[in-house]
Design a protein around this ligand. Sequence first.
Ligand code: MN
Length: 375
Amino acid sequence: MDDKTFRQIWKKLMESDKITIIPHLNPDGDALGSGLGLYWTLKKLGKKVKIYNKTTPLPYYLDFLPGFDQITNQYPKDTQVVVSVDCGDFDRLGIEERPPFLINIDHHYTNPNFGDLNLVDRGGPATAYVVYQLLKRNRAELTPEGATGLYTGILTDTGNFQYETVTGDLFRAVADLVDAGANPGWIGQMLYQRDRLSRLRLLAKILDNIRLLLNGKVAFSFATQKMFRETGATKEDTETISSQLRNIGPVEIGLFLREEEDGSVKVSLRSKEKVDVGKISVKLGGGGHARAAGATLPNTSIEEALKIILPLIEKELKATGVLEESTKENSPKKEIESPHLQQITKPEPPDISEKKEESPLSVTSSPNSPTIEKV
Ligand SMILES: [Mn+2]
């Protein structure tokens, strides 16, 4: 990312009027946060700027972002310049035709530079950080609304400042965003303290089905359409699951598979330290980063998807020395054929009556504990 590109992009934006910002389909915190970060500054500069995303509904957990309600699902036909933010490739924009001019701002290392101007911080912490630098280097003003979006993008894409992509420079940028009006306490509350019971009920089912594969280096779980129906949860409720799987002590890779309404399977991969899951997801037709990546496999089942993915994971685990070459005992084939997989597709309903007996409340039958009876 050289100075020239930062200047060229700004010049183009300042010369243009009808600008449309496009965060990627099924947007996350960085996609919407970086898009809105740019949106507010351009708006303040008097530009006719729109922010477009085809996805409906947009993820509810991001509805606190200032400008969330301005995001339209109607692509403005008179657009002169499109700025794509956080899109690893052109397909992620959700538009059929190439716009008259396309500016590509991103941080996916797999980004093929599909724009007319490309500002890609390959392997960098977040697109929001690239947008921040674009604004700063061109002395554009940060607004409290925009700073809130950029802060959210950086926070969520660094796993709350936990990844190796976090540097001193990034923290200095974050400090600047806080000074500009981003409120970390409030943003944290909005993102993490508005959980829904339906999500927790789905989470309980998913966690109940965790299996450790490949010598315990992979934690796997899944969600079926049935599980969504039973709990009333939505697909974005599974956003953090693959990270939670990865977070298990000895696990290197978290693998989460989600059955979609259209019969495809969404693959979500997270790694801890050694394995580049972006490489695996590219082989699956997806994209992403070294520590977080995903793909969608059309017309398949969770079992079938697992058969395709596990050998790819095994190969990477061996290539990085996480798994020894000679490990045969836990080969993916053996795991797939295991009868446990039958269980996972038909989870048995929890036996409530049995649990009641085990519960401390069963003491109610004892005459010595009358207080518990009132509980
Ligand atoms: Mn991102």
